[in-house]
Ligand binder design. Structure first.
Ligand code: BDR
Ligand code: CA
Length: 311
């Protein structure tokens, strides 16, 4: 039997973050050591509450650690326009019966990476603030991290400004720390996630399961679709964050390419942009593997099969 791969999910739930939690917790190939939360789609108190709710829906006892409530340098932005006031609008949300652990997310990351050198994969799907804090507080852990697989950025256009993707823009200085750290890094940006649209037939895959978790996912995706219809005219939401865990489970469904990526910190109209050297024009060494292609049908099939394991 293959030993499950230890992972920490660092997130800002968020509809797609919540689906990522459910996917990871239903996957025997992974051992989820903890969920760490960060400000992002909504404030930290709500993203943390949403992580607790999702853990409860998964009937899991994975520990949850709250982390940064603001970016390293600049002011906070948030995305209620996409995720609603709660950050998880759409489905009925139960009241969480268990709380968080009494340790900061960055401290948990440091302690856990040190305890399992070269084993832990960090899977951030929000602003990179917790990971950057951990790297700055304890640079000794950087060579001990197996890999970071982040949803954020874009090789082309942004979704929060014309140039910048939300997670990158929400804390570009943290992204700069992580991209400059030398850690093995995969960037799954909008250029990839916009290939994974949860259109109505795909939402139905989850409703048809006839289970409470299937209905929860379908309700999340139906609400998430609203903003995408309004903003892009698409008939479904781009299911960004679960591409991270899906990539760990089934790399054969994706294509990645090494690129030099730097973060625009200019404060100008391109602030927060992940400037990706797609054609290697700078000759600079790659800083990340960047996802370029997604087998969307394969991805949704995998997700449906894993969500179907919740009874
Ligand atoms: C990213 O921003 C958030 O709104 C989503 O959860 C995802 O992580 C997409 O730009
Ligand atoms: Ca997210």
């Amino acid at each position: 039997m293959i030993t499950p791969r230890p992972v920490i999910l660092d997130l800002d739930p968020g509809h797609d973050d919540a689906v990522n939690i459910l996917l990871a917790l239903a996957s025997p190939e992974l051992r989820v050591l903890g969920l760490t939360t960060v400000f992002g789609n909504v404030g930290l108190e709500r993203t943390t509450r949403n992580a607790l709710i999702t853990r409860q829906i998964a009937r899991s006892d994975v520990p949850v650690y709250a982390g940064a409530d603001r970016p390293l340098v600049q002011g906070r932005i948030s995305a209620e326009a996409v995720h609603g006031e709660s950050g998880l609008d759409g489905p009925h949300l139960p009241i969480p019966t268990r709380g968080t652990e009494d340790e900061h997310a960055a401290a948990f990351i440091i302690r856990t990476v040190r305890a399992h050198p070269s084993e832990v994969t960090l899977v951030p799907t929000g602003p990179l603030t917790n990971v950057a804090l951990a790297f700055r507080l304890a640079p000794d852990i950087i060579p001990m991290v197996r890999e970071v697989v982040w949803m954020g950025g874009s090789t082309d256009t942004g979704n929060w400004t014309p140039a910048a993707e939300f997670n990158a823009l929400a804390d570009p200085h943290a992204a700069h720390v992580v991209f400059g750290s030398g850690v093995p890094l995969t960037m799954i940006g909008l250029n990839a996630s916009h290939q994974a649209i949860a259109h109505p037939a795909r939402v139905e895959l989850f409703r048809e399961l006839g289970t409470p978790t299937g209905a929860f996912v379908a309700d999340l995706l139906a609400f998430f679709a609203e903003h995408h219809l309004e903003r892009y005219g698409w008939d479904g939401g781009a299911l960004h964050d679960p591409l991270t865990v899906a990539y760990l489970l089934r790399p054969d469904l994706f294509r990645v390419q090494p690129m030099h990526v730097q973060i625009d910190l200019s404060g100008g109209p391109s602030h927060g942009r992940t400037v990706a050297d797609v054609w290697h024009v700078t000759g600079q060494a790659p800083t990340a593997q960047v996802m370029t292609r997604v087998d969307a049908d394969g991805f949704f099939e995998l997700l449906r099969d894993r969500i179907a394991t919740y009874r």
